[in-house]
Design a protein around this ligand. Sequence first.
Ligand SMILES: [Zn+2]
Length: 418
Amino acid sequence: MFKKVFLLFACVLVVHVKIAAQDTAYAREVISALCSPEMAGRGYVNDGDAAAADYIKKQFEKLGLEAFDFNYYQDFSFPVNTFPGRVNLLVDGVKMKPGVDFIINPKSSTYKGKFDVLTLDSLAWDSLMRNPVVQDGMMGFSKLPVSNSREFNQKAEELSQKIFPAMLWRKERLTWSVATATDQSLEIDIVDSCLKTPPKLVEIDFETKFKKVHRTQNVVSYVRGTAQPDSFLVFTAHYDHLGIMGKEALFPGANDNASGVSMLLQLAKYFEANKAGYSIAFIAFAGEEAGLKGSEFYVRHPIFPLMQIKCLVNLDLLGTGEEGITVVNATEFPKLFAKMEKINIEKEYVTQVKKRGKAANSDHHHFTEKGVPSFFIYTLGGIKAYHDVFDKPETLPLTEYADVFRLIRDFALRVMGI
Ligand SMILES: [Zn+2]
């Protein structure tokens, strides 16, 4: 009896491990491809996002998914500030490493020069904000009157509009973003552990290029429904990331959002092999990091009526899961959320399915505003790399990846009444 039970248990375990390994093997393949140097951080330099779009399109073709009109692309454009060339910073003659030791405000214009640094602390902050000055040298701030990185970013934004050039000492990790406009401001965030003593002289050589029109594309495919082809389930994931900050700093965006794209493709693979009653569309958006540009364009130019979407699940940041998942819009669509919660209670896929209200923090947002029942799912716990050069495939754990896949798959089936 013991032996029998043990054998059965061993079998279940082997099958489970095998499925998990298969699921993550494809995910790993997709994530590594999307984070490779050829994709240049899936941004706006060296055709990075175009290379990523081409890869996704080829995956759709390979999996046998249909395009809506012979072409999987939905073309659009937006303006963006880029950093294709030199990004050199010397502090008292020592070269700083871009992305690791410092980042530049994404709005920056081209800058070259030597600056004496006047170091100030938080006491000088309020008076400077009241009477901003633009000086020949650089203002360095050893401390900002803030308690978290959100406040830091707000203060940095305030500062860059009023006082420049400026350099901010930062205790926490650096986070970068994308700007769709440029101005004369120059603000550098520097990790304070690189500064042994308050710096005296800073040498800068930054080359930026503002692209008024950056052409890009959403990549869209679908599997036709067998019973109600005019009813749609939609899965979305943005494939763009932050690109590069000069030749040395590449932002790979493994968690954000190669992980979500891999899940999108994994679901495409599943639903192509297991056709469902509803049609199921898969949209990989561009321009999310520049302000939800791809999804904004899509809802203005939907390929099929938005009214036909029964439910949309946006996948962004799915590489961890130690602490479960969060569902944005759970409180907006309680009946749909109850379905997901119930599946997780029955199957014990993840440790928690956390409710969250509305948030304009990813591509589901524009759909929600148009009345489409939409969720945004992201995983919780694990590594904290985010919008930095450390968000790499090698350190992305994919802890609950296979279980999150099963939960989303089961949820989709239940929405279709299966
Ligand atoms: Zn993202």
